[in-house]
Design a protein around this ligand. Structure first.
Ligand SMILES: [Fe+2]
Length: 284
């Protein structure tokens, strides 16, 4: 199945610049299509299987490409221009599920105590307090705000349990960014994000990053913290059935689905997203 127009119209991260060594052709998959990426000096060139070039841009520590000749603009993250932040990328992790499922899981706080036990949550504090979800109509994106959760070790910089406040942003069907109160800078937010490269309808590669004010942890410890969390998520994601995301409202919502998950599914449906979603007939 070829991707619907909305899915096809976006830019997708395919790796970091350093992941493309000079002169080496790397065959990749994007939206069920073969593409080839090759580094030439300061540029990465991407071509389709038939040799036609794809547009490429370098942003947010990653190389992005698109299969469209006239894609919609890649969303802005002004925090990447702020002084004093550190970017740590965690590399590419393949996951056997729709990338839409990976985004939805990222939005879901209810799994923290059970999947990230002792790090992002504890079983004695499983409640998800009510939070706000809104649509930014102008930018066509979803925001969940005032999300508060008890965390025993919210970040690599944390030394004890605390109520952490979050905001979640979904500016792209396959990207999501978490804004978390910064433990060392009053009023600032640390960013944790996921750029998903959807390879097939039911398989993806997750490129994750943190963009933080942090002077005490090494890149390695920030990287390990991120990778550890995501590998715990991968185990859950690969056990979800079906591997594609059910968005049909007639399909009974999973009981753990929350407000941001409902908003995300509705937003995908309103934008005509079909590729990567499960059909009612697959419910059985
Ligand atoms: Fe998780």
């Amino acid at each position: 199945m070829s991707p619907d127009d909305f899915t096809a119209s976006h830019w997708y991260a395919i790796g970091r610049f350093a992941d493309f060594p000079e002169g080496l052709s790397r065959p990749l998959r994007l939206l069920s299509q073969d593409i080839v990426a090759v580094r030439q000096g300061k540029d990465v060139k991407v071509t389709r299987a038939d040799g036609r070039p794809c547009m490429v841009q370098a942003r947010y520590g990653h190389v992005w490409t698109t299969l469209m000749d006239k894609p919609r603009a890649l969303y802005d993250m002004p925090e990447f221009l702020e002084e004093g932040r550190r970017l740590v990328t965690a590399g590419a992790i393949g996951v056997l599920c729709s990338g839409l499922r990976a985004v939805e899981n990222f939005l879901d706080m209810a799994h923290f105590p059970f999947v990230h036990t002792g790090i992002l949550g504890i079983e004695e504090h499983p409640e998800v307090e009510k939070y706000d979800v809104s649509m930014d109509a102008e930018r066509d994106e979803i925001w969940a705000t005032k999300c508060c959760f008890f965390q025993p070790m919210a970040a690599a910089t944390a030394t004890g349990g605390q109520i952490t406040e979050y905001k979640y942003r979904v500016p792209h069907p396959y990207s999501t960014i978490l804004y978390k109160t910064c433990p060392i800078r009053e009023g600032a937010w640390d960013l944790i994000g996921l750029f998903i490269q959807p390879t097939e309808e039911d398989a993806c590669i997750a490129h994750s990053f943190v963009l933080v004010f942090d002077e005490s942890n090494s890149d390695t410890s920030l990287l390990h913290f991120q990778q550890n969390i995501f590998l715990q998520d991968r185990m859950i994601l690969e056990n979800q059935v079906p591997r594609k995301l059910p968005i049909d409202p007639r399909w009974e919502m999973p009981t753990r689905a929350d407000a941001s998950s409902i908003a995300y599914r509705r937003w995908l449906k309103a934008n005509g997203v079909v590729w990567g979603t499960a059909k009612l007939a697959e419910a059985a």
